[in-house]
Design a protein around this ligand. Structure first.
Ligand SMILES: Cc1ncccc1N[C@@H](C)c1ccc2c(c1)OCCCO2
Length: 117
């Protein structure tokens, strides 16, 4: 993972990267994270490729984080929210995956706010 001590950035964005790394680790460890840990296999989920224009998952977010592809915090939050928006679009609210998505979104929103203060 990104070494939080690497002095390649201004201290402010360095702290931000540590915040994302921490938060992402919490998301991945959450008991309801199972549908979101890896990219959806488009061949094993009929309709997903057609309906979801921009697939996203926690592993892909981690890779982007490690490759320093989040130049500002907005892009990190945009990708995390993409995971949950895709989930709401494809899954019924009253379904296993739909409910997991709502719980994960609530958890993320809470932790994101806490980490900002
Ligand atoms: C987030 C999401 N949204 C819509 C569909 C799937 C997913 N997640 C993927 C990883 C998944 C979860 C459960 C699955 C599945 C695949 O394989 C097909 C068989 C049933 O079990």
């Amino acid at each position: 993972l990104v070494s939080c001590t690497k002095r390649t950035k201004t201290p402010k964005s360095e702290l931000a990267v540590c915040r994302y790394v921490l938060l992402l680790a919490e998301l991945e460890a959450h008991q309801d994270a199972w549908p979101f840990l890896r990219p959806v296999k488009l061949k094993s989920v009929p309709g997903y490729k057609k309906i979801i224009k921009k697939p996203m998952d926690f592993f892909t977010i981690k890779e982007k984080l490690i490759n320093n592809m989040y130049l500002n915090q907005e892009n990190f939050v945009i990708d995390v929210n993409l995971v949950f928006d895709n989930c709401q679009k494809f899954n019924e609210d009253d379904s296993e995956i739909g409910r997991a998505g709502h719980r994960m979104k609530r958890f993320f929103d809470k932790r994101w706010t806490e980490l900002l203060h």
